[in-house]
Design a protein around this ligand. Structure first.
Ligand code: ATP
Ligand code: MG
Length: 611
């Protein structure tokens, strides 16, 4: 390919719309253009990268026997209603684009394909003899993200590889999951990424075990907590840890303390010398579900701990099972109480023993509280908490004294933090790192197969629901994550395995007939050797072309300049090292050899992540 024919438009200035370096570089180097919020055109250079990433994904999927298919993006609401996800994905903060067809039937644009693939499995899979089976596809997914940002990282239309496996029993699902884990590690390694596998929350997809693959980078939206020895690593959404020891409250009978205007943990500690871990704080929240009445919720947490929103959502969904999907959780404020015709509450002095009666007269809410208590709070033998009267707290309170309504089952609702001790090995303390989620694998179990009636006949002739796994890779996000990890001040440094071209030949002076002849000959030579080569034949100054070559990040640059007269060219590797002067006639073979070694991405044995 010739640069003059490539639709190559590079930008000198920093694009204002881009906040992170990979997004800036992809825009500046002419890989992508924004069409609307979270919607991008992949220009020819980007498409070459995406095709290479996809090719690596396909090879590794084939290695483990997965079959490629292509499922519809336009999906009937009916399937999502049967799985119980339609409301959660379309109402409230739901991310599914949806529409009505000319007959008034509801449809959605696929954010993921569990429903469609399970319905197909129900149709196609009949007998244990057909199992196990794994299908995957690579296609655009649509998600109306609340905050599309960072270019391809969080887009509203993006390319995903998604795979789904079907099994006769759980043991077989586990084996497939382990195989997929291996394939994922090879994919990320071959794409030149440093990725780590972390324990993950299963989220709206549902199911049990799940693991994410994170590309470590400062710009990552996820927080990873891991032990220094790497044996434990988890997304903070899911991470567990040992909370720091509480500072014991000196033994004392329970008494009231006047605390006018002291409404926060800090206020109380400052005024009375308490330690935050001696206080039980109470959060009053309202949970909205797809069906039925909103549920007031009271969460008790040790004063020095933070609530983990994902753990809270899981606890709520598990306890409220008659109202469909959880749509939203928000704090209850004075105004909302007024709208429900409820008495004002003493915010700032709330205690875990707040009476249910407070909510008895609610107009539309459930007229009683759902109480959830974090284990750090339950474990306190004696503590400070609000007295449920304005400007009054209790000191030396116990769960027994607060009464049976206050004391509920101890749950894990707190956010694990860097510095906490690891549950499995308390000698290790968790460290934090930021990560970009490039892949996610799940053991789904039988949730979807039961909902959509996907059953098979066992060897014994019994009808059973299929066991399922699902496996995603953000192909377009991965390509940008590679840029986030591999760049320098001059531009991108693509690994050979996913670079848009392997070699770029720059003709320093297009007016110089010798340079043109030598460059054209080398170009033909390299093409004949199967090396993907770009020839920069534009009538630009050499400096401009060198800058663009660095920006675009093609791994090997051949400069055909003054040395051409003596039959010499210079080769520069974008990943560093000194320039080499080679005989033009030998450069083709030399480059082919270098490229061949790095093309598979398998040079380095480190699997980038812990088993
Ligand atoms: P996130 O937590 O980042 O929103 P997710 O957990 O919802 O992602 P999955 O449903 O697990 O995503 O999708 C599989 C993969 O698709 C993710 O691991 C990620 O790499 C990619 N992906 C998800 N959402 C987006 C998006 N909006 N833009 C680009 N890639 C995405
Ligand atoms: Mg995920």
């Amino acid at each position: 390919m010739r640069s003059s024919r490539l639709l190559l438009v590079t930008l000198r200035d920093e694009p204002a719309e881009a906040e992170i370096v990979s997004h800036r570089l992809l825009l500046r180097a002419g890989f992508i253009r924004r069409v609307s919020a979270g919607v991008y055109a992949y220009l020819p250079l980007m498409w070459r990268v995406l095709r290479k990433v996809s090719a690596i994904v396909r090879q590794e999927m084939e290695t483990i026997g997965a079959l490629e298919a292509l499922l519809p993006q336009l999906q009937p609401a009916e399937l999502w209603q049967r799985s119980g996800r339609w409301a959660g994905y379309t109402a409230g903060e739901g991310i599914m684009f949806h529409l009505q067809d000319r007959q008034g039937r509801e449809m959605g644009l696929g954010p993921t394909h569990e429903e469609v693939v399970t319905a197909l499995a129900a149709d196609l899979l009949r007998s244990y003899r057909q199992l196990p089976v794994c299908v995957y596809q690579i296609q655009s997914k649509f998600r109306d993200e609340i905050r599309p940002r960072f270019g391809l990282m969080r887009a509203r239309e993006f390319i995903m590889k998604d795979g789904y496996s079907f099994h006769a029993d759980e043991a077989c699902l586990r084996r497939a999951y382990a195989e997929m884990d291996g394939a994922y590690r090879r994919i990320f390694q071959r794409c030149g990424l440093r990725a780590v596998a972390v324990e993950a929350d299963s989220g709206a997809i549902g199911g049990s075990a799940s693991q994410e693959f994170m590309v470590t980078a400062e710009a990552g939206e996820d927080l990873i907590l891991a032990t220094p020895d790497g044996r434990y690593a988890a997304n903070q959404e899911r991470a567990v840890s040992l909370a720091p020891e509480a500072v014991p409250l000196p033994p004392q009978p329970c008494r009231e303390l006047s605390t006018p205007g002291q409404e926060t943990i800090d206020d109380l500690c400052e005024a009375h010398g308490f330690h935050p871990s001696q206080i039980v704080k109470v959060l009053l929240l309202l949970a909205r579900f797809a069906e039925g009445a909103p549920q007031p919720v009271l969460v008790s947490l040790r004063g020095d701990q933070q609530l983990n929103a994902v753990k809270l959502a899981n606890a709520l969904q598990a306890r409220v099972n008659d109202r469909g999907a959880l749509l939203q959780v928000m704090p209850i404020e004075a105004e909302a109480l007024g709208k429900e015709d409820l008495e004002p509450l003493p915010f700032g002095s709330l205690g875990p023993h707040l009476e249910d009666d407070q909510f008895a007269g609610a107009r539309s809410w459930t007229p009683r509280l759902l109480r959830l208590t974090d284990a750090t709070a339950s474990a306190l033998p004696s503590f400070v908490c609000g007295a449920n009267r304005p400007g009054v707290h209790l000191v030396g309170a116990t769960w027994q004294e607060l009464g049976p309504t206050a004391a509920t089952e101890a749950l894990d609702l707190r956010e694990a933090q860097a510095g906490d001790r690891c549950v499995a090995d308390p000698s290790q303390r968790l460290e934090a790192a930021r990560g970009i989620e490039v892949g996610h694998i799940f053991q789904l179990g039988r949730k979807y197969s039961e909902a959509l009636g996907a059953t098979f006949t066992t060897e014994q002739g019994e009808e059973q629901a299929l066991w399922m796994g699902c496996y995603g890779i953000g192909v377009s996000r991965l390509a940008q994550a590679a840029v986030e990890q591999l760049h320098d001040a001059q531009g991108i440094r693509w690994p050979v395995s996913i670079a848009p071209f392997e070699v770029i030949i720059v003709i320093a002076n297009i007016q110089d007939a010798t340079q043109v002849t030598v460059a054209e000959a080398l170009y033909e030579n390299l093409r004949g050797l199967g090396v993907e080569t770009l020839l920069d034949d534009r009538p630009e100054r050499a400096g401009v072309k060198f800058k663009d070559a660095d920006l675009v990040g093609i791994p090997f640059r051949v400069v055909v300049g003054r040395g051409a007269a003596a039959g010499e060219v210079e080769v520069v590797c974008r990943h560093g090292g000194d320039p080499e002067t080679l005989a033009a006639a030998a450069a083709g073979d030399w480059l082919r050899e270098r490229v061949r070694r790095e093309r598979s991405g398998l040079l380095d044995d480190s699997l980038g992540g812990d088993p």
